[in-house]
Design a protein around this ligand. Structure first.
Ligand code: ATP
Length: 322
């Protein structure tokens, strides 16, 4: 392996830069040249390849976003787009590719592997933590901490006015951001796509617990089956008009910011391991960290979306939110 490429794809997440840095520095250590591909799969198709050296990744470990930019590529979904991408990789003499992205990016790599034999190794870069084969994806820890910081502030104002707040966080298909940050902020309820949301039960709970606390925070994952925070808040408001109800949508603030220390360490370990995996002729695998150990999971298993929620955690949420 003389030359490898690295790129970021799909939604950006804090810690991607730390991962890019680790890939570049590890490759250089092993006398492997590195190029960065700008703008995800779009850049692979449009020949946006740039050389990377040790200096190009200096002073980025603490920065959110991605220096390589990212994109969701419509063209890569077509055979014509992927053929152009394959030609460019060959033209640049790329012997292996490291993709930092989420499940869509790995599905793309898997499809590509049927048409092009350049090996791909993945690092899980997504705030959603919705990949099988890793305890934490790059971006998840920072996103949770961002939510916690924001909701702590909302709690201050909610407490002052005796308000009921519905706070919507990211998570179209996975409720892990809502679940973990909800536990951390002592939310009164956590509504996520993985479990059926019963709004009547929520109303009963809020009614019976009305006198327990002066403020209440309900964390809602955007993909919850009962609708978004606004829709649920409307129903609750109609049933419990004496509550002073407010909605706050946290939005894209959850994707940004300086990565936490844990994020930087995990992202560095994954980038380091990804280069080693390519050197060991591994392909179509995602690097993960499970029980503190590096683990390789085939892309097709990593994207399965069957993240089981820990039932003990769910029970704990119920008991602690009384
Ligand atoms: P996030 O979890 O943050 O959304 P992601 O990697 O899942 O990140 P996607 O937009 O789903 O983000 O996927 C990134 C890109 O991967 C897509 O824009 C598309 O170009 C490519 N891709 C996804 N699925 C396929 C597929 N089945 N075939 C080819 N390319 C694909």
């Amino acid at each position: 392996m003389k030359k490898i490429a690295v790129f970021t794809s799909g939604g950006d997440s804090p810690g991607m830069n730390a991962c890019i840095r680790a890939v570049v520095r590890t490759a250089i250590y092993h006398n492997i040249q590195v190029v960065g591909i700008m703008h995800g799969y779009d850049g692979m198709i449009n020949d946006e390849f740039i050389p990377l050296d040790a200096k190009s990744v200096a002073n980025i470990i603490h920065r959110g976003g991605t220096i390589l930019k990212t994109a969701r590529s419509q063209e890569f979904l077509t055979i014509e787009g992927r053929t152009k991408a394959a030609k460019n990789l060959t033209k640049h003499g790329i012997g292996g590719v490291i993709v930092i992205g989420g499940d869509g990016s790995f599905k793309g790599a898997l499809q590509f592997s049927k048409e092009c034999d350049i090996p791909f190794v993945g690092c899980p870069g997504t705030i959603d933590n919705d990949l099988i084969g890793t305890d934490f994806t790059i971006g998840y820890d920072t996103a949770i901490n961002t939510v916690v910081e924001a909701v702590d502030k909302i709690r201050d104002t909610a407490e002052s006015h005796n308000r009921l707040f519905f706070v919507e966080v990211m998570g179209r298909d996975a409720g892990l951001i809502a679940l973990r940050s909800g536990i951390a902020v002592g939310a009164e309820a956590i509504l996520i796509p993985e479990t059926k949301t019963n709004v009547d039960e929520l109303i009963n709970k809020l009614e019976s617990g009305r006198k327990n606390k002066s403020s209440k925070i309900i964390l809602v994952a955007e993909g919850d089956d009962a609708g978004g925070a606004f829709a649920i808040a409307e129903k609750v408001k109609a049933a419990l008009p004496y509550y002073d109800t407010r909605v706050s949508i946290l939005g894209h603030v959850q994707r940004g910011g300086s990565p936490t220390a844990m994020e930087r360490v995990n992202a560095s370990r994954m980038g380091f391991a990804a280069v080693e995996a390519l050197m060991e002729d591994k392909k179509n695998v995602m690097i993960g960290i499970v029980d503190k150990q590096i683990q390789l999971t085939p892309f097709e298993n990593a994207v399965k979306h069957i993240q089981e929620l820990n039932p003990h955690l769910m029970k704990m949420v119920d008991i602690l939110s009384l």
